[in-house]
Every structure is written in structure tokens, then in C-alpha cells.
Design a protein around this ligand. Sequence first.
Ligand SMILES: [Zn+2]
Ligand SMILES: [Zn+2]
Length: 300
Amino acid sequence: MDKLVKCITLNDSLLQGIDSVLICMQLLFIYSGCDFVSYFRGCGKKTFFYVFRKHASFIVGNGSFSDVHGHNGLYSFYRLICSVYFSKHRAAFQPYSTPKSLFDSISEGDLHEKHISFISAIREKLWERVVTEVEMMPNHEALKLHWMRCCWVFDYWSQSTSNTHALSDLSKCGWQITDNRLEIVWDTVLNFQKVEKTVEWYTKGCGCKTGCKTNRCKCRKAQNENCDGFCGPGCKCVNCFNVPDSGDQVLDMSIDLDDVISDDTEEFEDPVEVEQPELDGLVEQLDQTDDYWLFSTEEI
Ligand SMILES: [Zn+2]
Ligand SMILES: [Zn+2]
């Protein structure tokens, strides 16, 4: 391996000036998927190596690729994954010809926010191009969980020649242990809830009979970041006014009508299950855990 790496370093002009190429190659192998961690559908080791080589200085930055566990290592990993998906769907990112030019076009925010915007910009373009969700680039939280697992594997392998191993707690590295079984944490609780809400919007709507004009209509009432509050494909309502095209004028005029027939229709309008306080609790809990993961640099 050493000889191979020396050979690559000496002969490959694109990798000149890259520190710790040996560590970079090992991380590249782990990040792209191995026995311990999942891989990225449609992006094999060859693609990862090709992209890394081509955009090495952008991905590695100031040697941060081999800064495993630190923020810079995470950002390097983000740049690697973004570059892989950028290269795969290059045509979608015109006029930007390289991942770096797209990254440099993001001017707002600190380094962390810039990377989050970079990931969002790429994901936004990908939705128009992928056929199924498995081809999609994961969001930044899911990527971070993958990166944490990779860091654990890197630690494990780096101690492979010693008799004793000292490793971080698996449940703090992107896995969870339930009933003595090790499971992968694919994404945050909040993100799973967002997906569930979207699926619900497509499958379970309201069944109002009076046009969904008041907040008794659960669609209209559920106005939050995931839902615009309009009735959707999962609704069975009749004569619905709660659609994006209906202007205020129409809604105002229809309120009188609603008052007239309000009592009879109560049973048709599903009461809204208000779970907001619980959700807030979860968000808070999640943020704390997230921070813990983010800053966890346990000495071993
Ligand atoms: Zn309704
Ligand atoms: Zn509805």
C-alpha cells in the first residue's frame, strides 16, 4: 500500500501538494462504503477516486481531509460527497463547471452555513434528475451520521496492529443499540417526521363537505414549514376552496355559507391532533444530541 501511494503521489500531477495521501486513500475507501458502513447508490469506488483526484485541492483544503473527527474533516467530507454528485449530474449545474465554482458562488454565512447551502444547492438540482429517492444525495444531517460511523471505522483500523483497542461508544457514532441489537441511525428524528408528513400529505387528506374554508379543515389548519395548508392529492373533500388558486375574495364570500351549515358538518371535519408541544420537545432533545455528536472529540 505504501509503495502504491508513493507511486501515485510522485506520478500524479493532480495529487501534488496533497498531504497525508495514505490517510486520504484510506478515508476515501471508508467514506465510499465498506464492510462497516453503507455506500452511495450509483457512486462506486472508481467514481470516488476519480472525483477525488480531479478536485483534490478543493476537497482536501488545507489538509483538513485527514483531520478526522474535527469540523474541518466533516467539511472536507461534505465537499467530497458534493463533488461526487456534482460530477455525476454535471449538466444540471450550468453555468458552473466545477464544484468549487458553485461553492465559491455561495457568499453568505460562515463556513458551516456555506457547506449546508452547498449541499442544499446540489440536492435542489438533483430532485429534477433522479428517478427514485435512492439515487438522491443524502441531506447534511444524514451525511454527518455516515461520516461519524466512518470516523469510528478509521479509528478501528488505525489500531488494527495493536493488541488492545480503545474505541468510542458506538451509540455516539451514528449507531444505536436497541435490545442488544446494533442499528444504523440513518437520519434525525426530525427529518423522518418531515418525510412522514410529506407521505401523509400525499395519502391522507381531509374529508370536509363544506369547502375547507375554516380551520376545522385539518389541511388548512396544518400550516407549517412542510405543508402550505392547501388541500392536496390525499383529500376527499368536496367543493374545496382551500386550493392555491382561490383568492381572498372567494374565501371571504364563502364564510357566510359556512356559518349557515356549520353544525351539521362537524362530524365530517376531522379534528386536528395537536402534537406541537411534543414535537418541540423532540427538536430540543435532538439539537442537544446533535451538538454532542458534533463536538464529541473523546480522547481515547
Ligand atoms: Zn378540508
Ligand atoms: Zn384537504
